[in-house]
Design a protein around this ligand. Structure first.
Ligand code: ATP
Ligand code: MG
Length: 299
């Protein structure tokens, strides 16, 4: 258990998730004094400490209550949980929210020159991966009798190096697979970064702080997905203009100084406005059409 009453959050120190994690904490209003080499960063405006560690350590730190919260890829979380379950260790965490970064998928791949292959091809083959538990679960589910070669890095070179016949690795664009002459097969897991909480957390002040942060997180996510739309719209075409606007929100209409024919129309939309719609609005006589990002929202 963490030994003080400051909320401890584990994030990746350096890697694909670290910038997004730092940006998210900032958007939640957590001010941090981040120094490159420091393991712990103390917030200057909230009772929060941020532990910066390797992403592989984050699930364990949260499961064991060393940290109260953690941000980690679902791929790393699922692998860690499966490993703990196999070792009969405590493996529970509370998943508070999926986050909108760290998208990737865990997929099978094999040398391009072998061409398309059925699942049965994997029988008797060696598959290299950093995610042996997730892969073994998949092989069991699919009734495939393959052996798993555990590698902690450079999985994509395993077939060429003769270490394995195929791989099971993280893919986002597929460029790394292509560069290594590999062809992508089944996706085993779709993954995002997620916010997790120690399942046994009972400290009331920490739980209250988490309750304060969660609506902020929702607001940040909503704001990212929303746009503020403004335009000058002709009064006699308002119904047609409104019919073109995305989402279900009601627009605000404001008088426009010096104009009887036009009103200022403002609305928050959960979708963006596409160029085609803007052109249709313009054709109806609307002008000064602006689509703006929203920084924060609270309903
Ligand atoms: P660490 O030194 O912290 O152990 P790492 O090398 O294991 O870092 P990164 O490559 O920084 O990890 O990736 C962190 C996480 O980012 C992954 O576990 C995954 O959830 C996510 N991710 C998103 N896209 C990709 C991708 N194309 N390849 C690998 N990971 C990705
Ligand atoms: Mg790692």
């Amino acid at each position: 258990m963490s030994n003080n009453n400051r909320l401890r959050i584990a994030i990746q120190k350096s890697g694909r998730l670290s910038k997004d994690c730092q940006a998210l904490l900032k958007q939640l209003g957590v001010k941090l004094n981040l120094r490159e080499q420091r393991l712990i960063a103390h917030s200057t405006n909230m009772p929060i400490d941020v532990l910066r560690v390797r992403d592989d350590d984050i699930p364990g730190l949260v499961m064991d209550g060393v940290c109260d919260l953690g941000i980690v890829g679902e791929n790393v979380l699922e692998e860690a949980q499966a490993e703990r379950v196999r070792n009969e260790q405590f493996a529970e965490v509370t998943k508070l929210s999926k986050l909108d970064f760290g998208f990737c998928r865990l997929a099978l791949a094999w040398p391009q020159e072998l061409g398309l292959q059925e699942k049965a091809w994997f029988n008797g083959k060696r598959i290299a991966t950093t995610y042996p538990e997730i892969l073994k679960q998949y092989l069991k589910r699919e009734n495939i009798d393959a052996s798993v070669v555990m590698l902690t890095g450079s999985v994509e070179v395993a077939p060429r190096a003769g270490l394995a016949d195929a791989i099971c690795d993280l893919v986002s664009t597929g460029a790394t697979l292509e560069a290594n002459g590999l062809m992508q097969g089944d996706t085993i897991l779709e993954s995002n970064a997620c916010l997790i909480q120690n399942a046994a957390l009972t400290d009331q002040s920490k739980l209250a702080l988490i309750d304060k942060l969660m609506p902020r997180l929702k607001g940040v996510k909503q704001a990212k997905e929303s746009k503020y739309i403004m335009m000058h719209a002709p009064k006699n075409k308002l119904d047609e203009v409104c019919a073109l606007l995305p989402g279900t929100g009601q627009p605000t209409l404001l008088a426009l100084a010096g104009s009887d024919e036009y009103v200022a129309l403002h609305m928050v939309s959960s979708e963006t406005l596409f160029w085609e719609t803007m052109e249709e609005l313009k054709a109806l006589g609307a002008n000064s059409i602006l689509v703006m990002p929203i920084e924060k929202m609270m309903e």
